[in-house]
Design a protein around this ligand. Structure first.
Ligand code: FEO
Length: 385
């Protein structure tokens, strides 16, 4: 368990978690990392920590560079326990060290750990000198909790961005340019869609502040450190936070006896004939967090459910609850499904009305649609796209 040098005097001392599994409905198939950083300067500084059960790993990595009791300053950019969980362990070595955090960060750390450590509260624009380097702080509330902030080191052109620009990805290398680019970008998209999406206004504020900085390295707190695709990821954050969509449609459905599935594939062929990049998801097989990854830049969202007990299928209700909780921007929508003796797609539509989607059509078929029904359905959908 060794530290990894990322610059002269700056080390990655984080932890790798290959078994994160499902965390608040996020399926982290590729694991994650908790990135903490150690700066050796006149004041030895630890930037963020790791999840509590990885404290020993972090302390071993720190110990491969210096005695942990030599740390003078801890910067806590975010209280959530995947970043602050090991702070109580490191504070056993350095009970008098300063903990630099935001005003909400101080309250959050006290609420979590019930310790009145030596806090130094900072606000946007404040600078703290650690010797040859300075730490500049920018508060980024709600990206992802009220306490979030980022720390910029101008002498190194590194932004320690915490959750922003991160990926749940136990990357094979520390750096994005040594990982498959498409995986880093897709995991960054999944992370944004499932974690950051509700806070688009706050992201726009953060982007205004960080776009002015000269950045050579986005030292995230999850996944690969970004040094190649900085502009690309920043442009994606700008696009996603502005609710810009692409010529893309997603079709999400569950099915009982195959009728709603036939309708789903009919809608898919309608979008494909219109030249749309189309993704289809069967809720019996696909995870809702993977659906959100494709949702984020889709112009159209189509939701299909058969009727079960006078309601939609529970899997569809689960997806709609999750999706609407992420408070997405407006989308154009179709709803569809088969029924036996009581059509109830109005319950699906209610969810979409609440998030202000424009429902272009609701298509219901009794029991099994014929080939002719499906042809008509396709033509009708194509007319409305
Ligand atoms: Fe990675 Fe909001 O914690």
């Amino acid at each position: 368990m060794k530290a990894k040098k990322i610059r002269e005097g700056i080390y990655w001392v984080g932890a790798i978690d290959n078994d994160l599994g499902i965390l608040h409905e996020y399926k982290a198939e590729k694991g994650t990392t908790y990135n903490a950083y150690l700066i050796i300067d006149e004041k030895i500084t630890l930037i963020d920590a790791v999840k509590p059960n990885f404290a020993e790993e972090m302390i071993k990595r720190i110990s491969s560079v210096i005695d942990p009791s030599k740390i003078d300053v801890v910067v806590s950019n975010h209280v959530e326990m995947d970043h602050s969980g090991a702070i109580p362990d490191i504070m056993k070595y350095i009970p008098d060290a300063e903990i630099i955090t935001s005003p909400s960060g101080k309250k959050g750390l006290i609420d979590h750990y019930k310790k009145n450590w030596n806090f130094k509260v900072v606000k946007t624009g404040e600078t703290y000198n650690i010797g040859k380097r300075n730490l500049n702080f920018i508060l980024t509330p709600m990206v992802h909790w009220p306490d979030n902030m980022v720390t910029y080191v101008p002498e190194e052109k590194i932004l320690f961005s915490n959750d922003s620009f991160g990926q749940h990805y136990a990357s094979p290398s520390l750096y994005d340019d040594e990982c498959p680019e498409e995986v880093v970008l897709e995991e960054a998209q999944k992370y944004y869609a499932n974690i950051v999406l509700p806070y688009h206004k706050q992201v726009q504020k953060e982007m205004k502040a960080v776009e002015k900085l000269d950045i050579e390295m986005l030292a995230t707190s999850h996944g690969a450190i970004i040094r190649k695709n900085i502009d690309k990821i920043m442009e994606k954050y700008r696009q996603w936070s502005s609710n810009e969509t692409e010529k893309k449609a997603i079709i999400v459905f569950d099915t009982m006896w195959g009728s709603t599935e036939k309708m789903a594939y009919t809608i898919k062929s309608a979008f494909e004939e219109k030249g749309y990049n189309t993704f289809i998801f069967n809720l019996q097989e696909d995870h809702i967090s993977d659906i959100m990854t494709q949702f984020i830049d889709s112009e159209y969202v189509c939701i299909g459910s058969p009727i079960l007990n006078n309601n939609m299928m529970p899997s569809v209700a689960g997806f709609l609850t999750y999706m609407s909780g992420l408070t997405p921007g407006k989308r154009k929508a179709f709803t569809f499904g088969s029924f036996g003796w009581g059509a109830q797609l109005k319950k699906v539509n209610k969810y979409l009305d609440e998030v202000k989607f424009e429902i272009l059509d609701t298509i219901e078929h009794k029991y099994v649609p014929t080939e002719e029904d499906l042809e008509k359905m396709k033509a009708s959908v194509m007319e409305k796209i």
